[in-house]
Every structure is written in structure tokens, then in C-alpha cells.
Design a protein around this ligand. Structure first.
Ligand SMILES: [Fe+2]
Ligand SMILES: [Fe+2]
Length: 277
């Protein structure tokens, strides 16, 4: 990664906070879901209420539960039954994926929301395989990892589309292009959003270091999101996973190309069920 110490445009942390103070609040439905799950005895009934009020959420949840994504044998027709089968954490994650769809699409792009879903599913699969973090928590981290891109887009949509274009040209790194154009990047800003939304510290940490997990105090947890993010890129990065990063993690991936195919197939089922109005 480029050394930004001599980047004259680089903002210091206080300047970043001052310049990017327009952080959208967490959507209400997500806030409500995060609040009710704190009570294990009533949480599931409260989540059912949230889902029943929102037609789109209940229809999509039923679609997903009955899809090949989970592969349950029986047909599930009620939200209550779906919630019992899924469990509170998965149900909460589905609510989150849909609650942020509007915001991510409007303040970022449709592409950002779709990439976030794919990365969430990938993170869950990798966490299950390598057992470095709870898979449901990994889903959340994967889903929110690029949330900082929204702030760059809100700040200056035209400049940000230029950044995205530049990042596709030649051998450049998106984070470096963001740094040179905005004086900061989506990792720093994502951590800011995570803090503002009062999300767990581990989440803020992984968002901050998802492009450079060796810098994190939890390299392997952060490494799950690093791998997930690269594995689901529309344009396959070369190398798919970087040796210098992988050597710092507690797990290894033998055949990343094959894993990418498996993960994308699964993620696309989830995405299909979550799509539509
Ligand atoms: Fe990223
Ligand atoms: Fe990403």
C-alpha cells in the first residue's frame, strides 16, 4: 500500500470527523431489531412483530427460508415458524440486510448493497469453515465492511464516481485512490459510521482494517472479511488472495478459485431472494 505520510491532502483524524459529520442515522428497523435481540426470552416474538409489520421483510424472509440457500426439507409458510427455524441472530441479519438496502442504494449504489450481501454470505461461510468467529457475527461484519463508501459518495458523488473509475484503471488500489482524492478512505470512514451507530468494537476494528488485516489487533477475524471481500469481487483480483496477507492469518485457503465459485453461487441465491421491491 502507498505510504501516505507525504500525501499533502491527507486529513488528520479530527479533520476527518469534522469533514464527514453528515453520517446517516441507523435505519429504525435495524435499531429496533438490535434492541429486541438483547432480550433472549422475548426477542424472537418481538422480531416476529417487526417482520409482520413489514410486508417486504416477511415475504422475502419466507422466500429465503424456503430457498436452496438453507435447503430445509419442509415448506415453511408462517413467519413464526421461520423464525424458530432460523433463530434470532439469522433473523436479525435478514432484517439488517433489508433495512439497509434503501440507504445503501440511495446514498451509495445498488452495486454497494449487492457487494455487501455477497461479502456477508461469504464471511459467514468462511467463519463456519475456519471457526475464528461466530458465523452470524461474521455476516454482520461482512455486510457492513464497505459502509464508509456511502460517506464518500454523500460528500461528493461526482468525485466518487471518478475514484471508482480510476480504481479500475491499471494496477492501482481503491484505498490509495480514495486517499489521494478525498484525503481519507472508506475504511477510516466505515469505522466512523460503526462508532456513531454504537456497533461492537470488533466490528469497528474489522471495518477499519478489512483491506489490511495485519494492522488489526485481530488479524484472523479481520482476515475473514478480507478474504470474503476479495473472493466475491465482480472482477476477480490478481492475485485472488495476497500471500503477504495470508501468511499473517491463522487459516489458509487451498483453492481460492474453486471456493469463489461455491460462495458466489450461494450468495447469489441469497441476493435473489432479497431483491425485488
Ligand atoms: Fe473495502
Ligand atoms: Fe468490499
Amino acid at each position: 500500500m502507498m505510504n501516505n505520510n507525504n500525501n499533502p491532502n491527507k486529513l488528520d483524524p479530527q479533520q476527518v470527523v469534522a469533514e464527514f459529520k453528515d453520517i446517516p442515522p441507523m435505519p429504525n428497523v435495524m435499531l429496533k431489531a438490535l434492541t429486541v435481540i438483547k432480550n433472549p426470552t422475548t426477542g424472537i416474538a418481538e422480531l416476529a412483530k417487526i417482520m409482520q409489520i413489514d410486508q417486504a421483510i416477511s415475504t422475502k424472509t419466507l422466500g429465503l427460508v424456503n430457498s436452496a440457500f438453507y435447503g430445509f426439507r419442509q415448506q415453511i409458510t408462517s413467519i413464526n415458524k421461520a423464525l424458530v427455524i432460523l433463530g434470532m441472530m439469522k433473523a436479525k441479519n435478514i432484517i439488517m440486510s433489508l433495512a439497509l438496502k434503501q440507504m445503501m442504494t440511495a446514498q451509495g449504489s445498488r452495486e454497494l448493497w449487492e457487494h455487501s450481501i455477497r461479502c456477508a454470505v461469504a464471511s459467514e461461510i468462511l467463519a463456519k469453515e475456519f471457526k475464528v468467529i461466530n458465523p452470524d457475527d461474521a455476516f454482520v461484519i461482512g455486510f457492513l465492511h464497505d459502509i464508509g463508501k456511502m460517506l464518500l459518495n454523500i460528500k461528493n458523488p461526482l468525485k466518487y464516481s471518478k475514484v471508482r473509475y480510476l480504481a479500475t484503471q491499471g494496477n492501482v488500489n481503491l484505498v490509495d485512490v480514495e486517499d489521494s482524492q478525498f484525503g481519507t478512505n472508506h475504511c477510516v470512514l466505515g469505522a466512523l459510521v460503526s462508532k456513531k451507530w454504537q456497533l461492537p468494537v470488533i466490528l469497528t476494528n474489522c471495518i477499519r482494517y478489512h483491506h489490511d488485516p495485519a494492522q488489526s489487533s485481530l488479524p484472523s477475524v479481520c482476515g475473514i472479511v478480507y478474504c470474503a471481500d476479495r473472493l466475491v469481487q465482480a472482477q476477480m483480483p490478481t492475485p485472488l488472495l495476497e500471500t503477504k496477507v495470508m501468511s499473517k492469518l491463522d487459516f489458509s485457503i487451498q483453492d481460492p478459485v474453486a471456493l469463489r465459485e461455491t460462495i458466489l453461487a450461494k450468495a447469489n441465491i441469497f441476493l435473489k431472494e432479497m431483491s425485488g421491491p
